[in-house]
Design a protein around this ligand. Sequence first.
Ligand code: SF4
Length: 413
Amino acid sequence: MNSQVRHSQIANHPTAINASLDLVAVSKPIATILQRALCGEEITEQEGTALFSSSGNDVAAIAQCADIIRQRTVGDSASFVITRNINFTNICYMGCKFCGFSKGKNDTDAQLLSMQEIAKRAQQAWDRGATEVCIQGGLHPDLPADHYRKILQSIKKQVPQMHIHAFSPFEIMFGAKNSNMSYKDFIADLMEHGLGSMPGTAAEILDVEIRKQLTRDKLTTAQWVEIISAAHQLGLPTTSTIMYGHIDAPHHWAAHIALLREMQKQHRGFTEFVPLGFVHYESPLYTDRKKLKLNVRPGPTADENILMHAVSRIMLNGWIDNIQASWVKLGPNYAQQMLRAGANDLGGTLMDETITRSSGGIHGEEILPADMVTMIQNSGLSAYRRDTLYTKLQSYPDRQSVNLIASCSGALT
Ligand code: SF4
């Protein structure tokens, strides 16, 4: 099934958001859970699994419940951040089966950006209004131990005020090992050199068996938790993510979100939760599924996308306030619809998205700020531009303000 069909399913989905939650057509067990959620009670992992396993009218009701909780938590507004993705290398030997991004050293399209090029791209982003650069790369076997530190130094020297959101837990594990340092010491050193926050990527599904299939368990669930917890203990905020729609199932999703919730109770270090649907087109996990003897699905269904944003909003209520809809994975129209199913953020403008495109993603490299504002306004919410840590930077109350930021968007050289 191609993504266009999947997206049109959403357009026709009966999820019409009403002001109040009508539970008449909802199955009794789901209605009971939603009533508890609306009373502010914590939804258990088992209840989360039940919500994730829903279909039909129940899906619409879960989305409506999430929309109400979103409204209570962050009001009738949604946000975006002007950021640039800089993927400094695609050379990687980890061999994660779902990854269409990594290349061998001698591949013709292998790439390792120089420090000058990274700094130049950060400067270009700053000149276009970016407040953040997001830096991630493959685990290049020949990287010197201080490579990550040098990236930070190069950017800070060029653009001192730029927020650097960088290095997945996989990269932290790799860099700490190369540097003979503990995770905590390695992260503290990066913070001293300008690291402002970390992406909580490489989480995939925090389940031992699923991770064995996806990543050969090279970064285990325990290591992911240890690295993120180390960052939080040091006062470094991170995002949190899930990759869903491959060999996973509802009980994995509920367990994953329950684990993130427990981590948040410990240190309050997560800024947001970002569901990332599996993009299958050129992912070896999907293209080689027969050889791998795995029953791999071609990404999430329409209902699963709605449920992921809605149930995460419901389960994380009171703990993680920001649920991001990824336009890169979902496409702009679909991401916009998630703003009325629990999400309150559209993420970054990105400027040079490459990781998802490498797996066959079809939603482009960039969304202009003006388009972000339009998407949010079209969903019936008011738009604001934020920084990485969700500080409000600029509100866009009307269409005229959209035109103003549209005219500020020059072309990248
Ligand atoms: S997901 Fe990251 S660590 Fe895994 S193969 Fe791809 S680039 Fe390497």
